[in-house]
Design a protein around this ligand. Structure first.
Ligand code: DX5
Ligand code: ZN
Length: 217
Protein backbone atom coordinates (compact mmCIF):
# COMPACT_ATOMS: atom_id res chain seq x y z
CA UNK A 1 0.00 0.00 0.00
CA UNK A 2 1.82 3.19 1.07
CA UNK A 3 1.04 6.79 0.29
CA UNK A 4 -0.69 7.53 -3.03
CA UNK A 5 -0.72 10.98 -4.59
CA UNK A 6 -3.56 11.57 -7.06
CA UNK A 7 -3.51 14.86 -8.97
CA UNK A 8 -7.02 15.96 -9.90
CA UNK A 9 -7.33 16.77 -13.59
CA UNK A 10 -10.19 19.14 -12.69
CA UNK A 11 -7.48 21.77 -12.35
CA UNK A 12 -5.84 20.83 -15.68
CA UNK A 13 -6.43 22.52 -19.03
CA UNK A 14 -9.36 20.50 -20.45
CA UNK A 15 -8.40 21.41 -24.01
CA UNK A 16 -5.04 19.65 -23.47
CA UNK A 17 -6.21 16.87 -21.18
CA UNK A 18 -4.04 14.03 -22.47
CA UNK A 19 -0.92 16.19 -22.34
CA UNK A 20 -1.73 17.38 -18.82
CA UNK A 21 -2.42 13.82 -17.67
CA UNK A 22 0.89 12.56 -19.00
CA UNK A 23 2.80 15.55 -17.60
CA UNK A 24 2.35 14.48 -13.95
CA UNK A 25 4.51 11.41 -14.41
CA UNK A 26 5.29 11.16 -10.67
CA UNK A 27 1.62 10.72 -9.80
CA UNK A 28 0.46 7.36 -8.47
CA UNK A 29 -3.13 7.72 -9.66
CA UNK A 30 -5.02 10.32 -11.70
CA UNK A 31 -8.15 11.63 -10.01
CA UNK A 32 -11.04 12.22 -12.44
CA UNK A 33 -13.96 14.33 -11.19
CA UNK A 34 -17.27 13.50 -12.84
CA UNK A 35 -19.95 16.13 -12.12
CA UNK A 36 -23.49 16.22 -13.48
CA UNK A 37 -24.76 19.70 -12.53
CA UNK A 38 -27.35 18.07 -10.22
CA UNK A 39 -25.51 16.44 -7.34
CA UNK A 40 -23.11 19.40 -7.47
CA UNK A 41 -23.54 22.78 -9.19
CA UNK A 42 -20.89 22.11 -11.83
CA UNK A 43 -20.54 20.05 -14.97
CA UNK A 44 -17.35 18.31 -16.10
CA UNK A 45 -16.94 15.14 -18.10
CA UNK A 46 -18.34 11.66 -18.48
CA UNK A 47 -17.65 8.17 -19.72
CA UNK A 48 -16.35 8.93 -23.23
CA UNK A 49 -13.66 11.20 -21.79
CA UNK A 50 -12.66 8.55 -19.22
CA UNK A 51 -12.43 6.03 -22.05
CA UNK A 52 -10.12 8.33 -24.03
CA UNK A 53 -8.01 9.16 -20.98
CA UNK A 54 -7.53 5.47 -20.24
CA UNK A 55 -5.96 5.13 -23.69
CA UNK A 56 -3.78 8.21 -23.20
CA UNK A 57 -2.17 7.27 -19.86
CA UNK A 58 -0.96 4.17 -17.98
CA UNK A 59 -1.85 5.71 -14.60
CA UNK A 60 -4.75 4.17 -12.68
CA UNK A 61 -7.83 6.37 -13.13
CA UNK A 62 -9.55 7.19 -9.85
CA UNK A 63 -13.07 8.25 -10.86
CA UNK A 64 -14.96 10.35 -8.34
CA UNK A 65 -18.63 10.39 -9.30
CA UNK A 66 -20.36 13.54 -8.05
CA UNK A 67 -23.59 12.58 -9.77
CA UNK A 68 -27.17 11.61 -9.01
CA UNK A 69 -28.07 7.93 -9.41
CA UNK A 70 -24.52 6.53 -9.20
CA UNK A 71 -26.09 3.05 -8.94
CA UNK A 72 -27.00 3.33 -12.59
CA UNK A 73 -23.73 4.74 -13.90
CA UNK A 74 -20.90 3.43 -11.69
CA UNK A 75 -20.38 0.03 -13.41
CA UNK A 76 -20.03 1.77 -16.79
CA UNK A 77 -17.05 3.73 -15.49
CA UNK A 78 -15.23 0.47 -14.77
CA UNK A 79 -15.87 -0.59 -18.35
CA UNK A 80 -14.61 2.81 -19.51
CA UNK A 81 -11.26 2.09 -17.80
CA UNK A 82 -11.47 3.31 -14.19
CA UNK A 83 -9.31 1.52 -11.61
CA UNK A 84 -11.43 2.85 -8.77
CA UNK A 85 -14.97 4.16 -8.81
CA UNK A 86 -16.22 6.35 -5.97
CA UNK A 87 -19.92 6.99 -5.40
CA UNK A 88 -21.34 9.51 -2.95
CA UNK A 89 -23.34 7.76 -0.24
CA UNK A 90 -25.74 10.74 -0.13
CA UNK A 91 -26.82 9.94 -3.71
CA UNK A 92 -26.59 6.15 -3.64
CA UNK A 93 -29.70 4.00 -3.17
CA UNK A 94 -28.12 0.55 -3.18
CA UNK A 95 -24.51 0.93 -2.02
CA UNK A 96 -23.96 -2.79 -1.39
CA UNK A 97 -25.18 -3.78 -4.84
CA UNK A 98 -23.26 -0.94 -6.49
CA UNK A 99 -20.02 -1.71 -4.64
CA UNK A 100 -20.33 -5.40 -5.56
CA UNK A 101 -20.91 -4.54 -9.21
CA UNK A 102 -17.86 -2.27 -9.29
CA UNK A 103 -15.72 -4.97 -7.67
CA UNK A 104 -17.04 -7.77 -9.84
CA UNK A 105 -16.00 -5.80 -12.91
CA UNK A 106 -12.48 -5.53 -11.51
CA UNK A 107 -12.19 -2.05 -9.96
CA UNK A 108 -11.86 -0.78 -6.41
CA UNK A 109 -15.16 0.35 -4.91
CA UNK A 110 -15.15 3.52 -2.83
CA UNK A 111 -17.73 5.48 -0.85
CA UNK A 112 -17.45 9.27 -0.57
CA UNK A 113 -18.75 11.39 2.30
CA UNK A 114 -19.53 15.10 2.02
CA UNK A 115 -18.13 17.19 4.89
CA UNK A 116 -21.37 16.99 6.92
CA UNK A 117 -21.94 13.24 6.37
CA UNK A 118 -20.79 11.07 9.28
CA UNK A 119 -19.05 7.71 8.81
CA UNK A 120 -20.68 5.91 11.76
CA UNK A 121 -24.02 4.96 10.07
CA UNK A 122 -22.03 3.11 7.40
CA UNK A 123 -19.89 0.96 9.69
CA UNK A 124 -21.52 -2.28 8.46
CA UNK A 125 -20.71 -1.35 4.86
CA UNK A 126 -16.97 -1.05 5.29
CA UNK A 127 -16.21 -4.68 4.43
CA UNK A 128 -17.89 -4.14 1.02
CA UNK A 129 -15.48 -1.36 0.11
CA UNK A 130 -11.85 -0.82 -0.87
CA UNK A 131 -11.65 2.88 -0.04
CA UNK A 132 -13.42 5.69 1.83
CA UNK A 133 -13.19 9.18 0.34
CA UNK A 134 -13.53 11.90 2.96
CA UNK A 135 -14.27 15.26 1.34
CA UNK A 136 -12.43 18.14 2.96
CA UNK A 137 -14.37 20.77 0.95
CA UNK A 138 -17.97 20.81 -0.29
CA UNK A 139 -17.75 18.94 -3.60
CA UNK A 140 -18.13 20.86 -6.84
CA UNK A 141 -15.10 23.02 -7.43
CA UNK A 142 -11.33 23.00 -7.24
CA UNK A 143 -9.36 25.62 -5.38
CA UNK A 144 -11.50 25.82 -2.22
CA UNK A 145 -10.20 26.20 1.30
CA UNK A 146 -9.50 23.01 3.29
CA UNK A 147 -12.10 22.37 6.04
CA UNK A 148 -10.24 21.51 9.27
CA UNK A 149 -13.48 20.28 10.83
CA UNK A 150 -13.19 17.14 8.67
CA UNK A 151 -9.92 15.96 10.23
CA UNK A 152 -11.51 14.24 13.28
CA UNK A 153 -13.62 12.18 10.83
CA UNK A 154 -10.43 10.88 9.19
CA UNK A 155 -9.24 9.72 12.59
CA UNK A 156 -12.60 8.14 13.51
CA UNK A 157 -12.71 6.33 10.16
CA UNK A 158 -9.23 4.86 10.68
CA UNK A 159 -10.25 3.77 14.19
CA UNK A 160 -13.40 2.06 12.87
CA UNK A 161 -11.35 0.25 10.21
CA UNK A 162 -8.82 -0.89 12.83
CA UNK A 163 -11.64 -2.09 15.09
CA UNK A 164 -12.87 -4.37 12.28
CA UNK A 165 -9.37 -5.40 11.21
CA UNK A 166 -9.92 -3.81 7.78
CA UNK A 167 -7.17 -2.16 5.77
CA UNK A 168 -9.05 0.13 3.38
CA UNK A 169 -7.54 3.19 1.77
CA UNK A 170 -8.65 6.52 3.23
CA UNK A 171 -8.63 9.19 0.53
CA UNK A 172 -8.81 12.91 1.20
CA UNK A 173 -10.09 15.34 -1.43
CA UNK A 174 -10.30 19.13 -1.32
CA UNK A 175 -7.85 21.84 -0.36
CA UNK A 176 -4.96 19.39 -0.01
CA UNK A 177 -1.66 21.29 -0.15
CA UNK A 178 1.75 21.38 1.47
CA UNK A 179 0.07 23.23 4.37
CA UNK A 180 -2.74 20.76 5.01
CA UNK A 181 -1.50 17.30 4.00
CA UNK A 182 0.48 16.42 7.13
CA UNK A 183 -2.46 16.66 9.55
CA UNK A 184 -4.49 14.36 7.25
CA UNK A 185 -1.71 11.80 7.02
CA UNK A 186 -1.23 11.90 10.77
CA UNK A 187 -4.98 11.28 11.25
CA UNK A 188 -4.80 8.15 9.08
CA UNK A 189 -5.29 9.14 5.42
CA UNK A 190 -3.12 7.50 2.79
CA UNK A 191 -4.49 8.65 -0.58
CA UNK A 192 -4.29 12.36 -1.32
CA UNK A 193 -6.09 14.15 -4.14
CA UNK A 194 -4.59 17.50 -5.06
CA UNK A 195 -5.90 19.64 -7.90
CA UNK A 196 -4.91 23.28 -7.70
CA UNK A 197 -1.86 22.59 -5.50
CA UNK A 198 -0.35 20.41 -8.25
CA UNK A 199 -1.54 22.06 -11.46
CA UNK A 200 -0.94 25.63 -10.30
CA UNK A 201 2.61 24.79 -9.19
CA UNK A 202 5.52 25.94 -11.37
CA UNK A 203 6.68 22.34 -11.42
CA UNK A 204 3.71 19.97 -10.94
CA UNK A 205 5.92 16.89 -10.69
CA UNK A 206 8.07 18.44 -7.99
CA UNK A 207 4.90 19.33 -6.06
CA UNK A 208 3.74 15.71 -6.24
CA UNK A 209 7.05 14.65 -4.66
CA UNK A 210 6.85 17.43 -2.08
CA UNK A 211 3.36 16.28 -1.04
CA UNK A 212 4.51 12.66 -0.89
CA UNK A 213 7.45 13.55 1.37
CA UNK A 214 5.21 15.55 3.72
CA UNK A 215 2.63 12.73 3.89
CA UNK A 216 5.25 10.06 4.55
CA UNK A 217 6.73 11.85 7.58
C1 DX5 B 1 -13.93 18.94 -5.79
C2 DX5 B 1 -13.24 17.77 -6.42
C3 DX5 B 1 -11.80 17.74 -6.17
C4 DX5 B 1 -11.04 18.94 -6.68
C5 DX5 B 1 -9.99 19.24 -5.67
O1 DX5 B 1 -15.28 18.71 -5.70
O2 DX5 B 1 -13.77 16.55 -5.95
O3 DX5 B 1 -11.21 16.54 -6.65
O4 DX5 B 1 -10.44 18.75 -7.93
O5 DX5 B 1 -9.36 20.42 -6.01
P1 DX5 B 1 -8.38 21.17 -5.01
O6 DX5 B 1 -7.24 20.23 -4.71
O7 DX5 B 1 -7.96 22.37 -5.78
O8 DX5 B 1 -9.16 21.51 -3.77
ZN1 ZN C 1 -12.64 14.71 -6.47
Amino acid sequence: MGIQIAPSILSADFARLAEEAVAVSNADWLHVDVMDNHFVPNLTLGMPVVESLAKATDKPLDCHLMIEDPDRWAPGYVEAGASSVTFHIEACRAPIRTAREIRSKGARAAMALRPATPIEPYEDLLSELDMILIMTVEPGFGGQKFLDICVPKIRRTRQLLDKHGLDLWIEIDGGVSADTIEQCAEAGADVFVAGSAVYAADDPNAMVENLRTLAEQ
